[in-house]
Design a protein around this ligand. Structure first.
Ligand code: HEC
Ligand code: HEC
Length: 181
């Protein structure tokens, strides 16, 4: 059952998603998130949120609406099984600050540590996104979208985090995460 779902997911991914998200889910352009190694349940939730307009994206709306729930899950399973890639951190000292923010948050401004939810190595959980190896620009854009309310499919947790993170902390944590395998 699972093998046939993955195969069905691969066909959909190659035909409808690869042009933006990359052949192996490892997109090159930072406008398009990397999906390789991302958790299937999280991917499924995002596709449902796009299709119902809860997560606003003019680009993803019709792509998600064209999928049945079974197809959304199949494509998520396929991407979950692919090998994630990384963006090597160009600025090592900044990445170290990012590691501190990731592991400890900012105790002086009550910024919670990312690790408590996104996990050791930023691999996420079934429901929570993997952040390791994602394009830094994409991570920054999403956190800013949570802050402004433009991304409102998680209006409580990430909105609160995003409202407390400074620009410097965000640059640093995104640099760190992009280089994490
Ligand atoms: C024309 C380009 C394009 C195509 C084709 C495309 N996407 Fe996307 N996708 C995007 C963009 C741009 C975003 C980022 C949207 C945002 O900024 O919130 C995105 C975001 C996503 C996300 C959210 C990832 C995350 O980390 O939260 C998922 C899941 C996704 N796409 C799945 C798919 C699937 C599955 C297909 C094929 C059925 C597909 N996309 C086809 C451009 C595309
Ligand atoms: C209390 C739990 C929690 C903490 C702490 C947390 N997050 Fe999240 N984060 C979430 C949840 C839940 C989502 C998924 C929301 C959704 O369903 O779209 C998420 C989503 C994200 C996304 C979107 C990923 C994508 O692929 O689009 C980014 C980026 C992110 N978090 C960054 C961070 C950073 C950076 C920190 C630390 C400063 C952090 N998070 C701390 C719960 C948390």
């Amino acid at each position: 059952m699972r093998a046939s779902q993955v195969a069905a997911g691969e066909t959909i991914a190659q035909q409808r998603c690869a042009v933006c998200h990359g052949d192996q889910g490892q997109s090159v352009a930072p406008d398009f998130p990397r999906l390789a190694g991302q958790n299937a349940n999280y991917l499924y939730k995002q596709l449902v949120d796009f299709s119902e307009g809860r997560r606003r994206s003019p680009v993803m709306l019709d792509k998600a609406q064209a999928l049945s729930p079974e197809q959304m899950y199949a494509v998520g399973l396929y991407y979950q099984g692919l090998k994630p890639s990384v963006t090597l951190a160009a600025d090592a000292p900044l990445a170290q600050v990012g590691q501190f923010v990731y592991d400890r948050g900012n105790p002086y401004t009550s910024l919670p540590a990312c690790v408590t939810c996104h996990g050791t190595g930023a691999r996420g959980t079934a429901e929570l996104p993997r952040l390791a190896g994602q394009h830094p620009e994409y991570l920054i854009k999403q956190v800013k979208a949570f802050k402004s309310g433009d991304r409102a499919n998680d209006n409580t947790i990430m909105h609160l985090i995003a409202s407390r993170v400074s620009d410097m902390e965000l640059q640093a944590v995104a640099t760190y995460l992009g280089g994490l395998k």
